[in-house]
Design a protein around this ligand. Structure first.
Ligand code: SAH
Length: 212
């Protein structure tokens, strides 16, 4: 996501009560932070947080954590929470490679990957969020019956994800190459910022749900 540098975003983040400042200190005890035993769902690369905010408002019995590496982007999500505070939603500013330092084994019930960066060069394949390297990290933090829901408008990234799922021994629970015209899979769909932008341009949205 390209945004001009917003002055002071790091300072706002450092002071925000919606942001978990020392996420590694919460490893294995996220339930304590939320004050309940509800399942925890995370979105990796949440952008400005629209998807998670809608989901958190609709599902008060689930705890949500949004992960975003860029402070200028995360700042937008914080500003939205200041307008509509949701007790079951927190944010972390971090690079997804650190996931296993922040979440304990099986601590997460569901992972959302929405419109992840494509990293088109072959030598950057391991940086793609559905890569086998990331699937190995998700395997650690995801509960045995946990799932990953992946949406994108990028066909190359989608095909890559399906191939990686196979290599890593994960399974596909559901899949569509045109989410918005798939009656079953689009039921209850919550649009992300990118999803709206790309579907308005006429791009089909690809989605798969995977488990192991
Ligand atoms: N999920 C949002 C934003 C998609 S853009 C939507 O669908 O509208 C992808 C976002 O993921 C960007 O904001 C980018 O900064 C973030 N991101 C990409 N790679 C990441 C990583 N490795 N760790 C954390 N955030 C990442």
């Amino acid at each position: 996501m390209r945004l001009r540098n917003v002055t002071g975003s790091r300072e706002v983040i450092a002071e925000s009560r919606f942001v978990v400042q020392d996420p590694a200190a919460q490893k294995g005890k996220w339930s304590v932070l939320f004050g309940n035993q509800n399942p925890i769902h995370i979105e990796i690369g949440m952008g400005k947080g629209r998807f998670l905010m809608a989901l958190a408002a609709l599902n008060p019995d689930i705890n949500f954590i949004g992960i975003e590496k860029y402070s200028t982007v995360l700042l937008r999500a914080i500003q939205k929470m200041e307008v509509q505070e949701l007790p079951n939603l927190r944010f972390i500013r971090m690079e997804a490679e650190e996931l296993c330092a922040v979440f304990g084994r099986g601590e997460i019930a569901q992972i959302y990957l929405n419109f992840s960066d494509p990293w088109p060069k072959d030598r950057h394949a391991k940086r793609r969020l559905p890569s086998r390297q990331f699937l190995a990290r998700y395997h650690e933090i995801l509960a045995p019956d946990g799932q990953i829901a992946f949406k994108t408008d990028n066909l190359d990234l989608f095909e890559f994800a399906l191939a990686e799922v196979d290599v890593a021994g994960w399974k596909i629970a559901a899949m569509t190459r045109d989410l918005h015209h798939d009656e079953t899979m689009s039921a209850g769909n919550i649009m992300t910022e990118y999803e709206e932008k790309f579907s308005v341009m006429g791009n089909p949205i690809y989605k798969c749900i995977i488990y192991r």
